[in-house]
Design a protein around this ligand. Structure first.
Ligand SMILES: Nc1nc2c(ncn2[C@@H]2O[C@H](COP(=O)(O)OP(=O)(O)OP(=O)(O)O)[C@@H](O)[C@H]2O)c(=O)[nH]1
Ligand SMILES: [Mg+2]
Length: 319
């Protein structure tokens, strides 16, 4: 039996192996990904993002339990769960992962961001696709939102949940970080701490503007993830947003945009991989760098040369 047979027979170990292939960017991917693509397309993807330590992992795990208890197939992708800001988070994540092991219908995978610019690892979309093809119905993707606009999570998920905490200035922070922009649902977690209600009303005022643009009534859900308070409501709001999307005419526009993003992503990856492996090898790179520094070559002409080599490779069937 091949790994793929095992995968389609529903063996979790095979899913793990396939995800490792994806992460390691193995040569078999060119054949593997279209097979997964054919089987995927049914899962609903929910992204949870927010500042370090806001309680994203705790929320994701409680949500996953709720789904799992209703016999739902759940996948969890935790991107970079060990942010340097929250010491001990990794240990917490490990303990939670062990708790989830009790549910046969939950599959969890952690990924490192590996220096890709957004909060999402480069292959997160493909890992989600593997889970989708495996039969996961809801995929929860956790990523830390620090500073930069988290556009990629919004692009690859159906519903984006931004998790904040009542600490002062957080709503302003969210505005700055562009988190306001991408959120479909806001969560104020750690609502056991003072300031949650004040923050909720501040947010609601800003959200009224957003609603006028999109027609979606942006919910602000107060939760206490550790005490399992508000998780049911969050689950209901996710379901409501899903319903809203399916009835929304702009959804067609988003679907088209998603495919476009996907095409560029694949193109970008394939071109860069070929160039890095076959054209801009270490030696060539060093030669270019020296020539550019010596003023003998400018970067524009260098790129022309790379493209010329690329076209020759294509013409010779080496691409
Ligand atoms: N008081 C309080 N603490 C909470 C609540 N939810 C989570 N925590 C605690 O907050 C800390 C961080 O929780 P995590 O779920 O690891 O937060 P995170 O956002 O995933 O953190 P990173 O992935 O490191 O960014 C943990 O010690 C949790 O127990 C809550 O509702 N109230
Ligand atoms: Mg976490």
């Amino acid at each position: 039996m091949t790994v793929l047979d095992e995968f389609f027979a529903g063996q979790k170990l095979a899913l793990s192996k396939i995800i490792s292939h994806i992460e390691n960017d193995g040569p078999q991917l060119r054949e593997l990904l279209p097979i997964l693509y054919d089987k995927a397309g049914r899962a609903y993807k929910v992204g949870l993002t927010g500042p370090p330590g806001a309680g994203k992992s705790t929320l994701v795990h409680k949500l996953a339990e709720l789904y799992a208890e209703r016999n739902h197939q759940v996948g969890i992708i935790a991107v970079d769960p060990s942010s340097p800001f929250t010491e001990g988070a990794l240990l917490g994540d490990r303990i939670r992962m062990q708790n989830l092991a009790a549910y046969p219908n939950i599959f969890i995978r952690s990924m490192a961001t590996r220096g890709s610019t957004g909060g999402l690892a480069a292959s997160t979309g493909e890992v989600a696709m593997a889970m989708d093809a495996f039969g996961k119905e809801t995929i929860l993707i956790e990523t830390v939102g620090v500073g930069q606009v988290e556009l990629d999570i919004a692009d690859s998920c159906d519903t984006t949940v931004v998790v904040l905490v009542p600490e002062s200035g957080d709503s302003i922070q969210a505005l700055k970080a562009g988190l306001m922009e991408i959120a479909d649902i806001f969560v104020i977690n750690k609502a056991d701490r003072p300031g949650a209600s004040k923050m909720a009303s501040e947010l609601s005022i800003i959200l009224d503007f957003k609603k006028q643009k999109t027609g979606w009534e942006y919910p602000v859900v107060k939760t206490e993830a550790v005490n399992e308070i508000g998780i049911d409501e969050l689950k209901d709001k996710i379901a409501a947003h899903r319903e809203f999307l399916s009835a929304d005419s702009r959804n067609e526009y988003h679907r088209r945009r998603k495919i476009k993003t996907e095409l560029f992503h694949i193109l970008d990856k394939r071109l860069k991989a070929h160039i890095a492996e076959h054209i801009l090898t270490e030696d060539v790179f060093n030669k270019y760098i020296e020539q550019i520094r010596a003023g003998e070559l400018n970067p524009y002409d260098a790129v022309d040369r790379i493209i010329t080599t690329l076209m020759r490779d294509i013409a010779n069937g080496r691409f």
